[in-house]
Design a protein around this ligand. Structure first.
Ligand code: ZN
Length: 472
């Protein structure tokens, strides 16, 4: 076999290699620390992989760097800790605060599911066959007992001898980072850049992603490597039309939404409509405890948000609130929404309609043609959201059949990810760019991006295979 030269070490991707989810990249520095970049959950069709061994020994990891708090970047940290990781977590403070909301929510869901299955299995005498949750709320608490170092954007920090980390704002969700590592070993020095998830330009809530100047090695996400998003202006116009028409026709609008980022973006958009007097009088319910907690964190860390958000704060003393907004963390208040006949905008999870309070609202509202169901986020294959978009009109919710007579609208322009042009533009802004490695994308889409990188930048990009050893 060809002997390969590693200047500083080896990187292996134990997740987000030829798939989007499960981000987990292990960088073993020669005669230096072992660093893990993200430790996320696999989601959708590859979910089973969460229960498989990591592929490395968590005890041997010295440092965990976290790019941001989405479940597919933090969702296996409690498992990592349970299996022996005792190193240091280094990230932004707000990332760990938001991660706590995300991890507790996911642990609670898994615990509930486990108890339901256990009870059913018990009745047939098969309780031993029920798989334990991937982690529990106690495992989440154990993460927060580990030593942590909180960094700030653009402030280089020596995280180990010969390793300096700099976090840059990736503009994807609240406190999402691109991480630069300057590494020096006795073989030499090099700069590695992990893009994290890159945001969009002109996002209402987040600032634009910061451009990086130099990299010898770039690991870049490629979620939307194969295409460009529809223009945001067009999507905003469609969104406004649905809201205004439905409310004027005495209907209600249901918006299944992700708790982090999309909910805050939708709130900002509604606030803009309120300001410009386009929004008919209504009640806007944020009917998701997780979205409410996330919104509070967005408020608390407002310095990291867009100028527009900070102008709202200066003007109104709040970013997301205005007279029509109602928060309903309690189940009882949530149920009372059912008694309101018209004039509601209900924002609830889960984002893909696989569970959560949105299903109760479906049951109470979808049969009525006055109402509208408005999709503002990605609906994965196999989810109820996707089935409705694909035309299914008879659905079952809690053992009851519902005929959908409400109008269905899908708005594709909202995205927290850079599209193909955004990714290329971001890479072109480097003054010096060495080798490009594609991660965090489906293989077919990565192939398209690799081709475009060749055409537009005259460079060859490598698609990282799962667990492949990359000598850097
Ligand atoms: Zn993300």
């Amino acid at each position: 076999m060809k002997q390969r030269f590693a200047k500083t070490g080896i990187i292996r991707s134990f997740g987000a290699a030829e798939v989007v989810t499960g981000s987990c990249h292990l960088y073993q520095i020669d005669h230096g620390p072992t660093i893990l970049i993200d430790c996320g959950m696999f989601q959708g069709t590859v979910e089973e992989r969460n229960y498989e061994p990591f592929g490395f020994n968590p005890r041997h990891v010295d440092i965990l760097l976290v790019t941001h708090a989405h479940l597919d970047h933090v969702g296996r940290i409690p498992k990592l800790v349970r299996e022996g990781f005792r190193g240091r977590i280094i990230t932004l403070k707000s990332t760990m605060d938001l991660a706590e909301v995300v991890l507790l929510d996911s642990a609670k869901l898994m615990e509930e599911e486990y108890h339901t299955r256990f009870k059913k299995a018990q009745r047939r005498g098969a309780e031993a066959s029920v798989r334990k949750p991937l982690y529990t709320t106690d495992d989440v608490a154990a993460v927060y007992d580990l030593p942590m170092t909180f960094v700030r954007y653009n402030k280089p920090v020596e995280i180990a001898k010969g390793v300096v980390a700099t976090f840059r704002d990736a503009g994807h969700i609240l406190d999402s980072a691109t991480i630069e590592l300057d590494v020096t070993t006795k073989e030499g020095s090099e700069k590695l850049v992990f893009s994290g998830d890159l945001g969009n330009h002109n996002d209402m809530v987040m600032p634009d992603p910061v451009t990086v100047k130099e990299a010898d090695i770039l690991y870049i996400e490629s979620t939307y490597g194969d295409r460009d998003h529809k223009g945001i202006e067009e999507s905003v116009a469609e969104f406004k039309d649905v809201i205004i028409n439905t409310l004027l026709n005495r209907g209600n609008v249901l918006i299944p939404s992700f708790a982090i980022e999309r909910t805050q973006e939708i709130l900002c958009l509604l606030k803009q409509m309120y300001d410009s007097k386009e929004l008919p009088e209504c009640q806007i319910f944020i009917d998701s405890p997780m979205a409410i907690r996330a919104t509070r964190l967005y408020d608390a860390y407002h310095e990291e948000l867009s100028e527009e958000c900070n102008e709202y704060l200066k003007r109104d003393g709040t970013i997301f609130d205005f007279p029509y907004v109602r928060y309903t963390p309690d189940v009882e208040d949530s149920k009372k929404i059912n008694d309101i006949d018209s004039g509601c905008i209900i924002i609830a999870g889960s984002g893909m309609c696989t569970g959560g309070r949105i299903l109760h609202h479906f049951k109470h509202r979808l049969w009525n043609e006055r109402n509208a169901l408005l999709f503002v986020g990605y609906q994965a294959e196999g989810t109820l959201g996707r089935r409705i978009i694909n035309g299914e009109r008879h659905i079952r919710i809690y053992h009851e059949e519902i005929l959908i007579r409400a109008s269905i609208h899908t708005i594709n322009g909202f995205s927290a990810h850079a599209d193909q042009s955004g990714l290329i533009e971001w890479m072109k802004s480097f003054d010096r760019l060495g080798k490009i490695f594609l991660i965090h994308g489906e293989y077919d889409k990565q192939k398209v991006l690799r081709k475009v990188i060749g055409e537009k930048m005259g460079k060859r990009a490598h698609i990282v295979a799962p667990e492949e050893k990359i000598y850097v």
